[in-house]
Write a protein that binds this ligand. Structure first.
Ligand SMILES: [Cu+2]
Length: 163
């Protein structure tokens, strides 16, 4: 999923290069489908939120797709869940040919940007209060943003092997 991250960065770079000309910026916006970013206000939405179920384990990874439909950059600074004693933003990367996880502190979304947390890349690591998740169960998540707002998301537990 490093490919996804690379794609996000390159798309951001394209937007920046388009800045000198307003017309070209607008054209780039239409091309990139970020017309919503021209609208007022900030709007972070989350879709396709799910948790990977592993029987009898008290850690679980949550995935979702975030979209910044607002005109300002947004930053997710923290995540929490009533079912978890702690929740952290993590990133999985290949290090010396082995998959390794590390904390990813914050998620930055430029106006119009879509960021996908998916297996093999960014995820929310939940340290569950009890290893009691069941497939189909709903897991409430609260995403805290730097602007002081909170986005409530409901993730559904999928069976092991779901991708
Ligand atoms: Cu992790």
């Amino acid at each position: 999923m490093l490919r996804v991250a690379t794609g996000q960065w390159s798309r951001r770079a394209i937007t920046h290069r388009s800045r000198p000309s307003r017309l070209r910026h607008l054209a780039a916006c239409l091309l990139l489908g970020c017309a919503a970013a021209l609208a007022q206000g900030s709007a972070l939405t989350a879709t396709d939120a799910w948790v990977r179920f592993t029987p009898g384990v008290d850690v679980a990874a949550a995935y979702l797709t975030l979209h910044n439909g607002g005109a300002r950059a947004l930053t997710v600074t923290a995540v929490s869940s009533p079912l978890a004693s702690s929740a952290m933003i993590h990133e999985t990367r290949m290090v010396n040919g082995e998959s390794a996880m590390r904390p990813h502190e914050q998620l930055h979304l430029a106006p119009g940007e879509t960021l996908r947390l998916a297996p093999g890349g960014l995820h929310i690591m939940l340290h569950l209060k009890a290893p009691t998740l069941k497939p189909g169960q709903e897991v409430p998540l609260a995403l805290q943003l730097q602007d002081g707002t909170t986005l409530a998301v409901t993730a559904r537990v999928r069976p092991l092997g779901a991708g």
